[in-house]
Design a binder for this molecule. Sequence first.
Ligand code: HMG
Ligand code: MG
Length: 284
Amino acid sequence: MSEFVEIFEVGPRDGLQNESQMIAARDKIALVDVLSSAGFKRIEVASFVSPKWVPQMADGAEVLAGIRRAPGVSYAALTPNMRGYDGAKAAKADEIAIFASASEGFSQANINCSIAESLERFAPIAAAALADGIPMRGYISCVTDCPFDGPTAPGQVADLAAKLRAAGCYEISLGDTIGQANPDSISAMLRAVLKATPANMLAGHYHDTAGRALANIEASLALGVRVFDAAVGGLGGCPYAPGAAGNVASEAVAARLADLGFATGLDQAILAKAAQMARQMRST
Ligand code: HMG
Ligand code: MG
């Protein structure tokens, strides 16, 4: 039997957050409902961030209220602070994610605080999530390159991953936020992270700006990573990372994993339909 590799679908959040034209909640809900039937086990559907910072994500509660929740699927939301956590909990997100940066420049640009301050901000979220029994994932942005600070030292990522793990994250998603990584820089970063954090607690989150995300996924597979974030239709980017357009497309990752002999449990025909829907939602 083929070994299982999970694709964590982030399109409705990481994909759509970058769209400048407002997308109606009903269209987001329709996309999530199709994704739910494609076989994903985790789908990130919302972000409880400041609507002044990311207007497109202001309707997270409406989206979570409107989706048809498939049994066994975890619907996730980003939470930058306690206000976001309270919103995600009230909207019945199945899991939440805190998001930090390995570089100071991106931390300031994205969440308006230093790395150390962000960890202080996350501490009450972690305590509340633990008390409420809500699983918490952790993101690290700019794991190899930062649009403001240049190359990121692998040790910096390893240190932050260990801290997020200690804070209670069940999995750490390693973000090549601006898609500038290559198999060598991804491997060097992963080797450093793996000294303190096991591969089964890691996910690769690679944007495809330079067309290297699939190669970076293959390099990560060789080092034992078995979860990859992707966005259907290749939607996405981060509004606070110049040049971050394009998450790696879920359907491309699924096809490459199938070629490599891995099972993803995804229905390629439904995925193709979802990709078409996602592309129609794009303003550019
Ligand atoms: P701030 O301006 O320092 O915070 O922003 P503040 O506490 O002064 O709040 C500013 C305003 O936002 C206030 O409103 C707050 O009430 C409100 P005002 O008083 O001016 O009317 N506010 C909120 N509203 C709703 N929900 C909330 C919330 N918090 C404050 N939770 C803050 C700090 C963290 C809030 C802001 O910087 C922010 O929202 N940043 C999020 C940016 C973002 O969402 N980026 C994209 C996601 S990360 C990403 O894409 C990377 C990833 O994919 C991995 C990778 O690829 O690397 C995960
Ligand atoms: Mg991202």
